[in-house]
Design a protein around this ligand. Structure first.
Ligand code: ATR
Length: 272
């Protein structure tokens, strides 16, 4: 009998997770299939209990369920601190994890970034910034969070300070902050298709020892990443974060590290 995995969310029709996980299951010759199910906040508890009762191998959660899940599952300390669950494992009760930050960490490590001791500047203070800031600070980076609304960055940095080194500020000195950083992560919606233009930074503020990571993956190459290339900086696309957050969920459920290149190919195919 095949084991079923799924992503729950609303909307969920355009999720790339089924293609990505099914490609990995196929490559590893595993008897598993991954589906997308539309589930509302109100239905989440029943959906999770139903999935567990039916022997699902695990589920991912996306908008708008990640925070709601905290009330239902047994969240691990990092997911509880982040305040969002994106991965549920049914093997021991209903355990919740957040793999978004690990997705970012693995994406950066693949580019040769040594997180420990690095100066990381995160632009944005929403849900994605929160997951990434907690993970990278916990792993020993010195994290600066800059946000259009400075108060939100300052609040987030205060929370993150519980696990590591973090400070928050507004966008006023972004240029000089970038010049002092090893890594710039864009967690704002700037550059996102179809209608959000702009970029948090341009080449003049960047340097060739910088790694620029844009979590936006549509378009694949954002203006920010083009500016980074002009400055001779290394670039990491949001596709890698998507792939590695999925790869980490896959590892939690199955104990197997899936082939990231196969998952990446499936995502790129889905984006075409
Ligand atoms: P996500 O869950 O993907 O992180 P979010 O929680 O909606 O998304 O966060 C969006 C981020 O993009 C926020 O940091 C937001 O800044 P504010 O807190 O000041 O709203 C940022 N953002 C949205 N529009 C922006 C813009 N035009 N310029 C700069 N930052 C913007």
């Amino acid at each position: 009998m095949r084991t079923v995995f799924a992503v729950f969310g609303d909307p969920v029709g355009h999720s790339l997770s089924p293609a990505m996980h099914n490609a990995a299951f196929e490559a590893l010759d595993m008897e598993c299939t991954y589906y997308a199910f539309r589930v509302s906040r109100e239905e989440l508890k029943a959906a999770l209990e139903g999935a567990k009762a039916m022997g699902f191998g695990g589920v991912n959660l996306t908008v708008p369920l990640k925070q709601e899940a905290l009330k239902i599952v047994d969240a691990d300390p990092l997911a509880a601190a982040i305040g969002a669950v994106n991965t549920v494992d049914f093997r021991n009760g209903m355990k919740g994890y957040n793999t978004d930050g690990i997705g970012a960490k693995l994406s950066l490590e693949e580019e040769g970034v040594d997180i420990r001791g690095s100066e990381v500047l995160i632009a944005g203070a929403g849900g994605a910034a929160r997951a990434i800031a907690f993970q990278l600070a916990k792993d020993g980076a010195s994290v600066t969070i800059a946000n259009r609304t400075a108060e939100k960055a300052i609040e987030l940095a205060a929370d993150v300070s519980a696990v590591g080194n973090a400070r928050g500020c507004g966008f006023e000195n972004l240029g000089s902050l970038i010049r002092e950083s090893d890594v710039l992560v864009n967690c704002t919606v700037l550059g996102m298709k179809p209608d959000i233009g702009g970029t948090v930074a341009t080449a003049k503020d960047m340097h060739s020892d910088l790694t620029v990571f844009d979590i936006v993956y549509n378009p694949l190459e954002t203006r920010l990443l083009r500016e980074a290339k002009l400055a001779g900086a290394k670039t990491v696309t949001g596709v890698m974060m998507l792939v590695y957050q999925g790869a980490e969920a896959f590892r939690i459920w199955t104990g197997v590290r899936p082939p990231a290149d196969v998952m990446k190919r499936a995502v790129l195919e889905g984006l075409r």
